[in-house]
Structure formats: structure tokens, C-alpha cells
Write a protein that binds this ligand. Structure first.
Ligand SMILES: [Zn+2]
Length: 317
């Protein structure tokens, strides 16, 4: 019943989006609120006293104390953008809503921009999602499994022996009733005890109990104090392994969404971003109406993402 409530909830409609964020002024006001919820704060000296200079498109804020000038996009993901803010807000809406993933090609059509611009907008927003997810660790009962991106699609064999693949770990924390709470999908250099211990340090609370199959490397979670509960799978089918139900379900959904939305992408280069975006959406599935606002906040706190950080993008947006 919990999953049905999540699946059928009413998100924000496109009509509501255009009504609330259809103009540059509306978007600028929303961005100001997300950036300075307590009112303007000078990024140089911290003073709140300021003048507003109205330019042709965006307001310039001048600090009364130190005379520093800034705008609402400086210091955010939107810094130096040439795109109108309503286009960014539509992108935030579409990327946030896209439960099954969204290709840059689809985004190009929806936004009415060039493919390289859509690609860069998409990757910048995914980067904001990834950075936001870094702030959270999983705790309590956590199901984990090893998985791969890319191997099957490139004609190799599936599973642990596949070629041309990016290994990643899928992890799902459960609440006291055994329902899934949060997920994390993280690329790893390989399934070694050292890699798992490093992953656990960044992604798990030491008080967690980690349920995994018998792959030896998962014992690495005990290095940070977690309790490890391995189960030797043998020839048993998924239905006979309820202890892995949710991590199997979530990884299955991830695989379906990737095969539907993305024909191919640079798995080794961008796996963290695509996986992080899936986790970001999953972890905010309980309140779809709040998601665009949350992604806007993520884009504000993420800070600038210049092209060298995003890599291989050829145009500015
Ligand atoms: Zn100042």
C-alpha cells in the first residue's frame, strides 16, 4: 500500500509550473528565496544591508558595507548562464520528475535548446543531485548487492564476469516495518574488501546492519563497525531470498530505466552522475510536489559547475 500511495501521488503539473515560474522575474524571486531565505547576505562580508540595481535582465545586489556587487546566480550552479531562468526551471522540473530517467535528446526537444546545451544542463543538474546525496548516509538495516553498468549492453556476459562494465554497489536502507527508505548507488573501483570498507566509511552509519550475499568483500563493512549478515545464495531463486527483496527490486527498476532512457553513455566517465540522479529521485519519491523546490535548493548549494568539472561539454549554456 505504501508503494501505491507513492506511485499515484499528484506532483506539480506543467500548467502550475508555467503559472508559478513562467517569467524571469518569478524565477529570480524563487532563486532569491532559495539562496537567501533570511534575506540578502553579502558573500564577501556577510552584511545584509544592500542596494538593488535593476539591469536589463537580472538584478544586481550591491552591499552597502563593502560595495561588493553580486547577482542571485553568482556562486550557484547557474553562474555565468546565458539561458533564461524559466528554461532552467523547466529543466529542473523535467529532470526531477523523470522517474525513469531522461535523455539529453529528450531534454533538447522539451527545452528548445541545442543538444550540447541540453547535455550540459542535464549533467549540471545531475551533479547537483549527486552532491546533495553525499550529505546522507544509510543507517539501520541495509541491504546491499554488487551490480554492473554497461557490460550487458555491449554484448558481453552479464554479472560478475562481464566485460566493459562499471562495477557499482546498490544499497537500500529499510524502516522498522521492512519498507525501503533510502537508496545509494555508487561506482567502485572493484569488489574488494578495501573498496567496500572505503565505500562504507562514506555511505553507512557504523551502527548499521548490512545484509549481503556471500561475496567475501562485503565483510569490509565491519571495518567501520557495521554488523555484517551474509547469506550464501547458492542456487536459490530471488523469491526464496526475501532478505534481498528491496535491493533486487530497486536494482531491477534502475536497470529498466537505464535501458529505456539511455541507449549508451560514457559509463566509466559518468556512472556516478547517472546513478546518483536515480538515487536522488528515489529518495524523494514520497513528496513529488516538493521535488522541484528541493532540486532548486540543491542547485543553489552545489555551487558553480564549470565545464572543466562537467567535462567534455563543448558549449556554454
Ligand atoms: Zn559586503
Amino acid at each position: 500500500m505504501v508503494m501505491n500511495r507513492v506511485q499515484f501521488q499528484q506532483g506539480m503539473s506543467l500548467f502550475e509550473l508555467f503559472e508559478q515560474f513562467g517569467t524571469e522575474a518569478q524565477c529570480q524571486a524563487a532563486l532569491e528565496q532559495a539562496r537567501w531565505p533570511q534575506g540578502f547576505c553579502c558573500p564577501r562580508c556577510g552584511s545584509g544591508e544592500h542596494y538593488v540595481l535593476h539591469g536589463s535582465t537580472r538584478k544586481t545586489f550591491q552591499c552597502s558595507a563593502c560595495r561588493h556587487q553580486t547577482s542571485v546566480i553568482v556562486g550557484t550552479l547557474f553562474e555565468s548562464t546565458k539561458l533564461p531562468l524559466p528554461v532552467w526551471f523547466l529543466a529542473i522540473y523535467l529532470v526531477g520528475e523523470a522517474k525513469t530517467g531522461l535523455s539529453a535528446l529528450a531534454l533538447k526537444r522539451e527545452l528548445g535548446v541545442s543538444y550540447p546545451t541540453a547535455w550540459l544542463v542535464h549533467h549540471k543538474l545531475m551533479q547537483a543531485m549527486v552532491q546533495r546525496e553525499h550529505d546522507y548516509v544509510l543507517c539501520g538495516n541495509v541491504q546491499v548487492d554488487d551490480a554492473y553498468l554497461g557490460g550487458e549492453l555491449n554484448g558481453g556476459t552479464a554479472g560478475r564476469g562481464s566485460e566493459n562494465k562499471v562495477p557499482f554497489i546498490g544499497a537500500v536502507s529499510l524502516d522498522q516495518h521492512g519498507h525501503p527508505l533510502r537508496a545509494k548507488f555508487t561506482p567502485l573501483p572493484g569488489f574488494t574488501r578495501k573498496a567496500i570498507a572505503a565505500w562504507a566509511t562514506d555511505n553507512l552509519s557504523p551502527a548499521s546492519t548490512v545484509v549481503s550475499d556471500g561475496l567475501a568483500c562485503f565483510a569490509g563493512v565491519t571495518d567501520i563497525g557495521c554488523t555484517h549478515a551474509p547469506t550464501v545464495v547458492g542456487n536459490r531463486k530471488p523469491k526464496q531470498l526475501p532478505m534481498f527483496r528491496w535491493v533486487n527490486t530497486v536494482l531491477g527498476n534502475l536497470k529498466t530505466s537505464f535501458s529505456g532512457a539511455y541507449h549508451a553513455f560514457g559509463y566509466s566517465k559518468y556512472a556516478e552522475r547517472y546513478l546518483g540522479a536515480v538515487a536522488y529521485r528515489f529518495n524523494r519519491r514520497f513528496d513529488l510536489r516538493a521535488l522541484p523546490g528541493q532540486l532548486l535548493t540543491a542547485a543553489v548549494v552545489c555551487g558553480p559547475c564549470p565545464q572543466r568539472k562537467i567535462r567534455f561539454a563543448e558549449v556554454a549554456c
